[in-house]
Design a protein around this ligand. Structure first.
Ligand SMILES: Nc1ncnc2c1ncn2[C@@H]1O[C@H](COP(=O)(O)OP(=O)(O)OP(=O)(O)O)[C@@H](O)[C@H]1O
Length: 901
C-alpha cells in the first residue's frame, strides 16, 4: 500500500544513512549519529532547537537515503554477520568461516569497517525512503540517536542544496499494484516462510548457545503479527521480514528498488528461504556438536580426574550401536527378550550419551544379551551315565550310601524324562523359518523334577555332593550363598528405576555360567531372612523353587520372564527349623547326619590326608598317618559332626611335617627324617588335647544322670549331664543351666510323676506323704552358657530325681533319652543317630532309647551298634528296671500300674 498521494512534498531534507544500512517503509530504525555535523544541522533547522519546537514540527518528513554500494567490490557477509569484500581466499580456514558454497572460489579479503563520514550527493543511492522522525535520544557515549520510521519509497531527483545538509527533490514511486494471483501465491509463501522462521528461531533459542534464538514471548508476538497480515499488506510484510532478519545490504537495496509488488515479494521469498535454510543448518550443526562435545560438566568429574576414553565421538557411538545390533542378531534370545532388546536399542539410538538414561538403557541391553535364554550344555545322559555318576559320587565321598542312592535315583529319573522329551520333540519337529531357529513353544515339555534339599550339620559334604552331581551330568556348577540374604531385591533384582539397579542373584548366576541348564547350589537356604520392610526373600525363593512356576521367573530388573525350569537346583541347610513351611514343601529333603569316629577315620585316610598332602607339597611316602594317629586327632582335637575341622587339623599336621622334611633336606639329613607319625608327635604339633572324655571325669553319686543331646545348630550330638541336689525348703523346684521353656516343663512333669509315685517307688512310707515336704530341689544342667531346650530329657530328669530321693547311683556309662508323659510313658525323640554317635564318643556303653525309636536304632551305623548296648523302653518303670536291675520295689508295679494321677 502506498501513501504517495497524501504527501505533497517534492523537496526533502536528506539523511544519508550510515554505510550498510537501508530503511524500508513501515520499519523503524535507530540511527546513531556521531561526528555527523550535517545531520545535526538538518535536525536543528528542520525541527527547531527546543524540545517544544521538535514536538510541533514532528509531522516533518525527511528522506533517508542509503549509500551507493561500492561498484568495484562485492559485499559479502560471513557466518558471524560481518561484511567483507571480495578477494582470493587465503586459507581453507578462511573459506570455511563463510560456509557459503557458491562463493567458495571468489572469496573474501578484508573486513570492511566503514568509518562514519559526511556523505556527498554522489555517494547517495538512487532510491530512498521518506521517513518520520519519531524520536531523538542523547547517548551516554556521546552523539545522539535518531529514531526514524519509513513511510514511502522515492526516487532521488535533483539535489537542491549540499550544505549544511543535503536537500533534494524526490519522486515517489507509483502506487503499488493490487495483488494478483501470483502475488497471492507469493504472499502465502512468504507468510508460511515467516512462520517457519519464527518456529526455527524459537527452537534455536533452546539449542543454540549463541543467543540467536527468539525469546518465547517475542516469538509469539511476531507470530501473531505475521498471522494478522492479509494480502493487501503483502509489501509491508515483505519489508518487515527483510528488515527483521537483517538481510544483507544488496538484498535490502534490491527490495527497495523492486519495480513491482510481485518482484518485491519474489525477492523477499528468496531472501527468507535462504535465511531459513541457514538457520536449519545451524541448528543441525549445533545438535551434532552437542553429541560430539556434551556439555556435561556438572555430571562429569573434572578433566584431570577423568580416565582417558579413547575416541569418545560420534563414530564410537555408532560403533557401539552397531556392536550391540550385531550381538543382538547373533545372540539366541527368547522371543520376549528379543522384542524388548530391539525396542531398547531403538530407544538408545535416539538418546544422547550425555543423558543419564543412556547408560541405564545400555546396561539393560547388555544384561539382556548376557542372559543365556536358550543356550544349554548337553547333558551326559547316555547309557553309561548312571555308572559314571555312581563312580563320581563314590570317588568323591566315603559312605553316605543312602544319600548316594537317592541321588542316583534322581539322575535316573532325569535321564528317562530327557529321553521322553527327545522323543516328543522328534515327533513334532520345530518349524524352521529362513534358516533361523525358532524359539521353543511355551507348551514344550517342562522338566518338573523336584528340587533337592540336603540337610545336615556343617562339613558333612553337602556342597561337594552337589558338585559331584554337576560333574557327573557334565553341567556347569554355580554356588549361591543365601546366608544372610535379608532383601528380596537380592534374589529378584532391583527395579530399573533405582540408581545402580542390578539383576538378582539368580540372573547373575545364569549370566556367569552362560548356559540355561547349570546346577545351581542354593547354599544355606535356612539362613534366608524372613519377611521385613525389605520384602520377603524366602517368598521370592518360592517362585524360584516351584517347578510349576519357575519356567517364567520374573526378575524385577530384567522384567522379562526367564525360564529356570532347566536349571537343576540343589539347596543345602543345616537345620529345617528356620525354613518356612511353604518353601520346605517345594523341596525333597535328604538328610545327611554327622559321621561316626570310624567313618571320620575312613574319610580322613581316603580323602582328607591325600588332599592335604598334596596341598602342602608332600608326597604320600613322605608322611604316613596311622589309624591311631587319626583317631587321636578325631577324638582329642575335633568335636564336630562333619569333617571340616578334622581336615584343618590334618592340614596342620601335614604343614609341620612339611617344614621338618624341608629342613632335613636342606641340611642334607634326610636319612634322619621319619615319615611315620606317632600319637606323641600329634600332641607335640597340635598342643594339649582340646577335648577329653567327659565320662572319665564324672563322679558316681546319687542325683547325676547322663542325658543325650542333639545340637540344633547341626553340630551333631553329645552327652548332657543332669544334676540334682536337695536342700531344706518348702517343695520348690529350682532350675538352672540356661534351660528353655519346654525343658522346664519336662522337669515339672518329671517331679509331678515322682511325687505321685513316691509311695510305689518306696520313697515315702505313707501314700499320703509328700516326698517334697520340707525339702526343695535344685536341678542344674552344666555348660550353663549353652542354651538347652526340648522335651527329650524328660526320662533322664525323672530318673535323676528318683536317684536323688532314693540315694541310688546311676552309672555314668549309661545314658538315656526320651520324652516322658505325665503317665510315665516314654515317647519318641529325634536325632537318635547324632545322640548315639555323641554318646559313644563320650564313652557311654549303654543307652536307653524310647521303644518308638526302634526303627532309628536299626539304622544306626554298624560301628555304633557294635559299640553301644541299646535298651528300648516303653515307660519309666522299664527304665528303672534297666538302670537298677536289683531294685525290686518297683518291679511289682511295672505291669500293673502305669499312672497315678
Ligand atoms: N563323605 C565324605 N567323603 C569325602 N570327603 C568328605 C565327605 N564329607 C565331607 N567331605 C569333605 O569335607 C569338606 C567339607 O564339605 P562341604 O563343604 O561339602 O560341607 P558342607 O556340608 O557343604 O558344609 P556347610 O554346611 O558348612 O556348607 C570337603 O572338603 C569335602 O570334600
Amino acid at each position: 500500500m502506498s501513501t504517495t498521494e497524501s504527501l505533497p512534498i517534492t523537496a526533502l531534507p536528506i539523511i544519508p544513512l550510515p554505510s550498510g544500512h537501508v530503511l524500508l517503509p513501515g520499519v523503524m530504525k535507530r540511527l546513531h549519529v556521531n561526528d555527523r555535523p550535517d545531520i545535526v544541522a538538518l535536525l536543528r533547522t528542520v525541527f527547531g532547537k527546543s524540545a517544544d519546537e521538535f514536538l510541533s514540527n514532528a509531522h516533518q518528513i525527511v528522506g533517508c537515503v542509503p549509500l551507493k554500494p561500492p561498484t568495484q567490490v562485492q559485499f559479502l557477509r560471513d557466518k558471524a554477520g560481518q561484511s567483507h569484500v571480495e578477494g582470493e581466499p587465503e586459507s581453507p580456514l578462511e573459506r570455511e568461516s563463510f560456509g557459503v558454497e557458491d562463493i567458495a572460489d571468489r572469496i573474501i579479503k578484508a573486513v570492511i569497517t566503514p568509518e562514519s563520514k559526511i556523505a556527498k550527493p554522489a555517494d547517495l543511492f538512487s532510491h530512498g525512503v521518506s521517513a518520520k522522525v519519531v524520536g531523538l535520544e542523547e547517548r551516554t557515549a556521546g552523539g545522539i540517536t535518531v529514531l526514524v520510521e519509513g513511510v514511502s519509497v522515492f526516487k532521488l531527483g535533483r539535489i537542491v542544496q549540499e550544505a549544511p545538509y543535503i536537500s533534494a527533490e524526490v519522486e515517489y514511486s507509483p502506487t503499488e499494484d493490487a495483488v494478483d494471483a501470483t502475488g497471492q501465491k507469493l504472499f502465502l509463501q512468504l507468510k508460511s516462510l515467516s512462520k517457519e522462521l519464527v518456529i526455527l528461531l524459537r527452537m534455536s533459542a533452546l539449542t543454540l548457545r549463541s543467543g540467536t534464538g527468539l525469546p518465547p514471548l517475542l516469538a509469539r508476538r511476531v507470530d501473531q503479527f505475521v498471522s494478522s497480515k492479509d494480502p493487501s499488506e503483502a509489501a509491508a510484510l515483505a519489508h518487515f521480514m527483510v528488515s527483521a532478519i537483517d538481510a544483507n545490504y544488496t538484498d535490502q537495496l534490491a527490495i527497495l528498488t523492486a519495480p513491482s509488488l510481485n518482484s518485491k515479494l519474489e525477492k523477499a521469498v528468496e531472501i527468507l528461504t535462504k535465511h531459513v535454510n541457514t538457520i536449519r543448518q545451524q541448528i543441525k550443526a549445533s545438535q551434532k556438536a552437542v553429541i560430539r562435545r556434551p556439555d556435561t560438566s556438572i555430571l562429569r568429574p573434572p578433566a584431570r580426574f577423568r580416565p582417558f576414553q579413547p575416541g569418545n565421538n560420534d563414530d564410537d557411538q555408532e560403533d557401539e550401536h552397531g556392536d550391540l545390533s550385531k550381538r543382538l542378531q547373533v545372540s539366541k534370545l527368547s522371543p520376549e527378550a528379543l522384542t524388548v532388546a530391539q525396542r531398547e536399542l531403538k530407544r538408545l539410538k535416539r538418546m544422547s550419551p550425555a543423558q543419564a538414561e543412556y547408560q541405564v538403557c545400555r546396561n539393560y541391553i547388555e544384561n539382556i544379551l548376557e542372559v543365556p535364554w536358550v543356550k544349554t550344555t548337553d547333558d551326559n545322559l547316555d547309557s553309561s551315565m548312571l555308572a559314571r555318576a555312581r563312580k563320581q559320587l563314590n570317588d568323591d565321598h566315603h559312605g553316605l550310601e543312602k544319600v548316594k542312592r537317592r541321588l542316583l535315583e534322581y539322575l535316573a529319573v532325569l535321564r528317562l524324562k530327557k529321553q521322553l522329551e527327545q522323543e516328543a520333540s522328534q515327533a513334532a519337529t520345530p518349524p524352521i523359518t529362513d534358516g533361523k531357529e525358532v524359539a521353543p513353544s511355551p507348551r514344550r515339555f517342562q522338566d518338573k523334577s523336584p528340587i533337592l534339599l540336603l540337610v545336615g550339620p556343617p562339613g558333612v559334604g553337602k556342597t561337594s555332593l552337589a558338585k559331584s552331581i554337576a560333574t557327573a551330568l557334565g553341567r556347569k556348577f554355580h554356588r549361591i550363598s543365601l546366608g544372610g540374604v535379608r532383601d528380596e531385591a537380592e534374589i529378584r533384582g532391583h527395579r530399573r528405576t533405582y540408581v545402580a539397579a542390578m539383576p538378582g542373584v539368580i540372573v547373575s548366576a545364569l549370566k556367569k555360567v552362560g548356559v540355561a541348564n547349570p546346577v545351581i547350589l542354593l547354599d544355606e537356604i535356612d539362613k534366608v531372612g524372613g519377611s521385613s520392610f525389605h520384602g520377603d526373600p524366602s517368598a521370592a525363593m518360592l517362585e524360584v523353587l516351584d517347578p510349576e512356576q519357575n519356567w517364567s521367573f520374573t526378575d524385577h530388573y530384567m522384567s522379562i520372564p526367564i525360564d529356570l525350569s532347566k536349571v537343576l537346583f540343589i539347596a543345602t541347610a543345616n537345620s529345617l527349623e528356620t525354613i518356612p513351611a511353604p518353601l520346605l514343601d517345594r523341596m525333597e529333603t535328604i538328610y545327611l547326619s554327622g559321621y561316626t569316629t570310624l567313618e571320620k577315620k575312613d574319610i580322613a585316610a581316603r580323602y582328607l590326608v591325600p588332599k592335604q598332602l598334596q596341598a602342602n607339597g608332600l608326597r604320600p611316602e613322605q608322611l604316613s598317618l596311622s589309624d591311631d594317629v587319626l583317631l587321636k586327632v578325631i577324638q582329642s582335637y575335633t568335636r564336630e559332626a562333619g569333617v571340616r575341622n578334622l581336615e584343618r587339623e590334618i592340614g596342620s599336621v601335614c604343614r609341620a611335617k612339611a617344614v621338618e622334611y624341608a629342613e632335613a633336606r636342606d641340611e642334607g639329613k634326610l636319612e634322619g627324617y621319619n615319615p611315620n607319625m606317632t600319637v606323641q608327635d600329634v600332641e607335640n604339633i597340635l598342643g594339649i588335647e582340646k577335648y577329653e572324655e567327659e565320662i572319665a571325669e564324672s563322679e558316681l553319686r546319687p542325683g547325676i544322670v547322663t542325658g543325650l543331646v542333639a545340637y540344633s545348630s547341626g553340630l551333631g550330638g553329645s552327652v548332657l549331664f543332669i544334676e540334682c541336689s536337695e536342700y531344706p525348703g518348702n517343695g520348690r523346684l529350682h532350675l538352672t543351666g540356661h534351660l528353655g521353656k519346654v525343658l522346664k516343663e519336662s522337669a515339672e512333669v518329671a517331679l509331678t510323676w515322682v511325687k505321685s509315685h513316691a509311695y510305689l517307688l518306696g520313697l515315702t512310707n505313707d501314700p499320703t506323704e509328700d516326698v517334697m515336704k520340707n525339702r526343695s530341689v535344685h536341678l542344674h544342667c552344666p555348660s550353663g552358657g549353652v542354651p538347652k531346650d526340648g522335651p527329650s530329657a524328660g526320662c533322664a530328669i525323672t530318673i535323676c530325681l528318683i536317684s536323688l530321693f532314693s540315694g541310688r547311683r546311676v552309672s555314668p556309662q549309661l545314658a538315656m533319652t526320651g520324652e516322658m508323659s505325665l503317665r510315665g510313658k516314654v515317647t519318641a525323640v529325634g536325632g537318635i543317630r547324632e545322640k548315639t554317635i555323641g554318646a559313644m564318643r563320650a564313652g557311654v556303653k549303654t543307652v536307653l532309647l524310647p521303644d518308638q525309636n526302634r526303627k532309628d536304632g536299626q539304622e544306626l551305623p554298624d560301628e555304633v551298634k557294635r559299640g553301644l548296648e541299646v535298651v528300648y523302653i516303653r515307660n519309666i518303670w522299664e527304665a528303672i528296671r534297666a538302670i537298677w536291675p536289683d531294685w525290686t520295689v518297683a518291679d511289682v508295679q511295672i505291669n500293673r500300674v502305669e499312672s497315678h494321677l
